[in-house]
Design a protein around this ligand. Structure first.
Ligand SMILES: Cc1cc2nc3c(=O)[nH]c(=O)nc-3n(C[C@H](O)[C@H](O)[C@H](O)COP(=O)(O)OP(=O)(O)OC[C@H]3O[C@@H](n4cnc5c(N)ncnc54)[C@H](O)[C@@H]3O)c2cc1C
Length: 383
């Protein structure tokens, strides 16, 4: 749903210019240093990028999901590390509070997340529980007006810079599955919370993940999201439904960038006396990529419009994440191929993007998990 086309166009133009003039020129330095310069982060704050999808009442821009993905298509044209920094505040690091938080929880934390004063993170995955998230072992024991958390979370995006964590922990050890899980908001400086060394990843330098450890970490009972025990897994799944649509939009934007780069190269690069873009076998790679990008874009727009209309889009979100992330991988592969040897060395952005986009098929539910979600619901609906 687009509320005001004119205002949205101004925002999209601003983001497009910011990406072209500020983010893309900074890609090499971020890849080299593994750090996003403070000046760029300040500009992101100034543009409201940390609060795109957070409610206006709490200082965000309050974008609808359709408006949010249109911004995401643009942002994703730059190195995914930039998007990753603002991604958790708009998505998994804040939506638990937005969707299921109490009015007090929203009032307390959303304004600081929306302004980018603090970075949010989402801590579900553990060393022993990834795809099987409902088997998580981190415990939250009630002790007076506190819960005491113990356990380790793994691969947590933005953990090194986060000021606030949404943490899924088991409040009822007798219940093994999803129903024993609750969601908490945990502030960074809570005694007993510590962050491991940043992980050394395949790509997305400038975006960081790390373990988060809880050792007798005492969290006030009022930080239990929604004030209800046992609802945390449902909260996490609702957050991921939205997150999967956002990631699908990011995959689409990243694929568009890679195709643009490959097309430019194909027009400039000459072999056998002509531009390689003249060869039909190269044209096939361009055409297949453009077709798949268009399909992903159409799917994402259809799904987010339905979500804005209040439909349950769990299956559509999985379809979008599955198709768009796999598509993005195929486009990355073809675009390296179009660059030939130049695609394999780091002078061109495509070498970096090829590694960066590999993650999209893994996090927020692997492709296999999306297939399971889609198949289960399809069979259920068919029955
Ligand atoms: C860079 C990065 C950032 C991340 N950020 C976060 C974050 O911010 N917060 C967070 O909580 N987590 C985060 N994650 C974790 C991510 O969501 C998990 O890595 C992912 O869900 C897969 O879990 P796993 O790594 O344990 O793999 P596993 O679950 O062990 O899966 C291994 C393989 O087995 C397959 N598999 C597993 N179960 C089945 C099945 N039933 N049927 C068929 N195949 C199956 C998987 O698809 C995969 O191919 C991040 C991970 C990375 C790498």
């Amino acid at each position: 749903m687009i509320r005001d086309r004119e205002t949205l166009n101004v925002l999209l133009d601003t983001v497009r210019r910011f990406v072209a003039e500020r983010l893309i020129p900074h890609e090499p330095v971020v890849a080299e240093s593994d750090v996003i310069p403070d000046a760029i982060i300040d500009e992101m704050r100034g543009l409201g990028l940390f609060g795109l999808s957070l409610p206006e009442a709490y200082g965000g821009l309050g974008l609808t999901m359709e408006e949010e993905v249109l911004v995401a298509f643009e942002l994703a044209r730059a190195s995914p590390a930039f998007r990753s920094l603002i991604g958790t505040n708009n998505g998994i690091g804040a939506q638990g509070i937005v969707i299921d938080g109490t009015p007090e929880q929203k009032q307390r934390w959303l304004p600081r997340l929306a302004s980018g004063e603090i970075v949010g993170a989402f801590a579900l995955t553990e060393p022993g529980s990834g795809s099987d998230a409902a088997s998580l072992a981190t415990s939250a024991r009630r002790d007076g007006d506190h819960y005491v958390l113990n356990g380790t979370k793994r691969f947590i995006t933005n953990a090194p810079e986060a000021g606030l964590f949404t943490v899924m922990a088991r409040t009822d050890p007798r219940v093994k599955g999803a129903r024993g899980i609750s969601a908490f908001v945990v502030e960074r400086d809570t005694p007993g919370l510590s962050i491991g060394r940043p992980d050394r990843k395949m790509g997305q330098r400038g975006a960081h993940t790390a373990d988060v450890h809880f050792d007798e970490c005492r969290v006030p009972a009022q930080n239990l999201i929604g004030g209800r025990e046992g609802a945390g897994f449902r909260t996490a799944m609702k957050v991921l439904d939205k997150g999967r649509l956002h990631i699908a939009a990011i995959c689409t934007g990243a694929a568009e960038r890679m195709l643009d780069d490959a097309l430019r190269y194909a027009i400039e690069r000459r072999q056998f006396g002509q531009a390689i873009a003249q060869f039909q076998l190269v044209q096939a790679m361009l055409a297949d990529s453009r077709t798949e990008i268009y399909a992903a874009r159409s799917m994402v727009l259809d799904a987010v419009r339905r979500r804005d209309d209040g439909e349950d889009v769990t299956v559509e979100a999985s379809c979008c994440k599955l198709f768009a992330s796999e598509m993005c991988g195929r486009v990355a592969d073809r675009c390296v191929q179009i660059h030939g040897g130049a695609g394999y060395v780091s002078d061109h952005a495509i070498e970096r993007f090829y590694r960066d986009v590999r993650l999209f098929r893994i996090y927020e539910g692997t492709s296999q998990i999306q297939q399971l979600v889609i198949a289960r619901q399809t069979i259920k609906q068919g029955g």
